[in-house]
Design a protein around this ligand. Structure first.
Ligand code: ASP
Ligand code: MG
Length: 407
């Protein structure tokens, strides 16, 4: 007998019929003799609706109340799934985040899980109850509701699997696994059978939407094997796991793109110590994460300072940057919302030179101008005009041999 944590995303829970389908799958695994904890997302589209309501009622919705609002979607889906399982004759029980409890810090809308006491869950599991837990939500030390950031149910599932030392954590979604790139852009994209935590972390942080980044961080930290697979068929998906020798042999495993960042440039900044901190600190104080950063070569004591932030934080970031720019007597603040970040990821980059050069050559051949570059040990990202997104992804996918026969 194993302890299985399964997570079903919004699309899998998207209608009554689909919830029935999820219940059947859960029942099947339970009938095979497993203890089951099922984590679910809100029905597809529901969280978006709630977010839209928040943005309609206030320009900067209050953080605490925002979480109370957006956590509502999962309350509906856990109740429906638990009802369905009960009507099928199974012992099931829904749990909201605070009932587990999933204890988080107080960073509303992007809370981090700190602790998940397992006593209550263990007692229910011992009685053969299937637990249906609301993903995405938790509770802070003050007893306030928190949410874990969009896509946070993945993290709930992995964290529960870690807390319960589950044997398997299966993330059921609407795709067959992790692909070499977005199959909607590139017909030749292929399912990756096994991928390391490191690569998955990069891909997730780069816009591959299949897993929330924090879920991968959690999985890596606690060594949880995460099986990403489809809820619509029985195919094996992608195993996200510890790196091994085979993985290192691959130069580039995947290509990601993100259209949800915007560029902010502070022009004609005095080039002296402390300026970068003066521009960026207020942003980090406001919990806005800055991604790519470029500072031009100084000319006559002045430079331009450019960075990207998530589209969702754009309004806030711009207001903050304008204030900082004024304080340091910069000339002006320019913005560009039409950018995309294209990235290539692979463990093999560690031991092979020339990957970046090849990437730049491939893009240059298509006349795609690179606006910003950033690299890590296993990743190279570039910012380009968003109109080139699809083209860039396709040519890179081809150039790095991902479009050929399956690896
Ligand atoms: N329902 C939340 C969202 O749409 C959490 C999730 O789906 O993982 O972001
Ligand atoms: Mg998701």
């Amino acid at each position: 007998m194993a302890l299985v944590v399964q997570k079903y995303g919004g699309t899998s829970m998207g209608s009554i019929e689909r919830i029935r389908n999820v219940a059947k799958r859960v029942a099947k695994t339970y009938d095979a003799g497993n203890d089951m904890v099922v984590v679910v997302s809100a029905m597809s589209g529901e969280t978006n609706k709630l977010v839209a309501l928040a943005n309609e009622i206030a320009e900067f919705p209050d953080n605490r109340e925002y979480d109370v609002l957006v956590a509502a979607g999962e309350q509906v889906s856990i109740a429906l799934l638990a009802m369905c399982l009960k009507s099928m004759g199974y012992k099931a029980k829904s749990y909201l985040g605070f009932q587990v409890p999933v204890v988080t810090d107080s960073a509303h809308a992007k809370a981090r899980i700190e602790e998940i006491p397992d006593t209550k869950m263990r007692a229910d599991l011992k009685e053969g109850t299937i637990l249906v837990v609301a993903g995405f939500q938790g509770v802070d030390a003050a007893g306030d509701l928190t949410t874990l950031g969009r896509g946070g149910s993945d993290t709930s599932a992995v964290a529960l699997a870690a807390a319960l030392k589950a044997d398997v954590c299966e993330i059921f979604t609407d795709v067959d696994g992790v692909y070499t790139t977005d199959p909607n852009i590139c017909k030749d994209a292929k399912k990756i059978e096994r991928i390391s935590y490191e690569e998955m972390l990069e891909l997730a942080s780069l816009g591959a939407k299949v897993l929330q980044i924090r879920s991968v961080e959690f999985a890596k930290k606690y060594n949880v094997d995460v099986h990403v697979r489809s809820s619509f068929n029985e195919n094996l998906g992608t195993m996200v796991t510890k790196e091994d020798k085979d993985m290192e042999a691959v130069l580039v495993s995947g290509i990601a793109y993100a259209k949800d960042e915007v560029k902010i440039a502070v022009m004609h900044v005095p080039d002296k110590p402390g300026i970068a901190a003066q521009i960026l600190s207020p942003l980090s104080d406001a919990n806005i994460s800055v991604d790519m950063i470029v500072q031009n070569v100084s000319e006559q004591g002045f430079t331009d300072f450019t960075f990207t932030v998530p589209q969702a934080d754009f309004k806030k970031a711009l207001a903050i940057t304008k204030e900082a720019a004024e304080a340091i007597s910069a000339k002006e603040v320019l913005t560009d919302e039409n950018i995309s970040k294209i990235s290539i990821v692979g463990l093999g980059m560690r031991s092979h030179a020339g990957v970046a050069t090849k990437m730049f050559q491939v893009l240059a051949k298509e006349g795609i101008n690179i606006q910003m570059i950033s690299t890590s040990e296993i990743k190279i990202s570039v910012v380009v005009d968003s109109k080139y997104t699809e083209l860039a992804v396709r040519v890179l996918h081809d150039a790095f041999g991902l479009s050929g026969e399956a690896k």
